[in-house]
Design a protein around this ligand. Structure first.
Ligand SMILES: [Zn+2]
Ligand SMILES: [Zn+2]
Length: 258
């Protein structure tokens, strides 16, 4: 499996990156399959550069905060009004209410249901589904709105199967730990800083991301969703004090193979 970072700035678009979006690809049945996890502001433009917006097999929205889904309106326009003709509906997995959220961002009328562009499915806690060679399991996590960590199992680059887990937005919780259990790569948010952001139930810090990675037995930690006012190196250093494995930082265009 190949993970490409399309956008990784926390809570907003930033000077060097779109907001949250991640492309996971793997080969199966003689072709390459592509999942897009989250579609934050600016992410759809990044998909033109690092992927192919016409070759998305499924979209997975971890939750419906705008920094994780606002470019769904760009994707909608691209699919409906493409000069080649409509691209048709793409399977879209999200918490309940996704149609209303996309309609709200787009300023579309109530009768708009996007059925020509997206086929919406709702995540359930612990539910699994398959897309091509991928098996995806959603785990409910702790955030101010319904949110899910996503465990993506697919073909490993060296043969066999591998797991990439994406935290979405969450504080430490059992759902996140279950999603990251023995993951080959744990793509984990670390938006907050210990001592600065004291409110709980919203985001992780570098230390807490490291703790979850350790408890889950993840092999490798990639930190993301770091806000533009925070020094990423400081967050990575904090995670290293709580996780003994490799700690890296997500960056636009970065590619990770598992
Ligand atoms: Zn966010
Ligand atoms: Zn959020």
């Amino acid at each position: 499996m190949k993970l490409t970072i399309l956008g990784c700035t926390g809570s907003m678009s930033g000077p060097d990156s779109a907001a949250s979006s991640y492309l996971i690809q793997a080969d199966g049945d003689g072709r390459t399959w592509s999942l897009v996890l989250d579609m934050g502001s600016g992410a759809f433009g990044s998909l033109f550069r690092y992927g192919d917006p016409e070759a998305i097999d499924a979209i997975l929205l971890s939750h419906l905060h705008a920094d994780h889904m606002s470019d769904m309106v760009s994707c909608h326009v691209h699919r409906r009004w493409n000069p080649k003709g409509p691209l048709g509906p793409v399977a879209t997995y999200a918490p309940a209410g996704a149609v209303d959220r996309v309609r709200g961002v787009g300023g579309d009328p109530l009768e708009e249901d996007f059925s020509g562009e997206f086929t919406f499915h709702e995540f359930t806690d612990g539910g699994s589904f398959e897309v091509g060679p991928f098996t995806i399991t959603s785990h409910a996590v702790v955030h101010p709105v319904p949110a899910y960590a996503l465990r993506v199992e697919g073909p490993a680059s060296g043969g066999g199967r591998a797991v990439i887990t994406y935290s979405g937005d969450t504080d430490a919780c059992v759902g996140l730990e279950a999603a990251a259990r023995d993951a080959d790569l744990f793509l984990c948010e670390a938006a907050f800083v210990e001592g600065r952001d004291t409110v709980r139930g919203i985001h992780l810090t570098g230390e807490r991301a490291g703790d979850v990675a350790t408890e889950a037995g993840a092999s490798r930690l990639v930190l993301t969703h770091i806000q533009p006012w925070t020094d990423p190196a400081m967050v990575a250093d904090a995670a290293r004090t709580h996780f003994a494995g490799p700690v890296e930082l997500a960056a636009t265009g970065a590619v990770f193979e598992v």
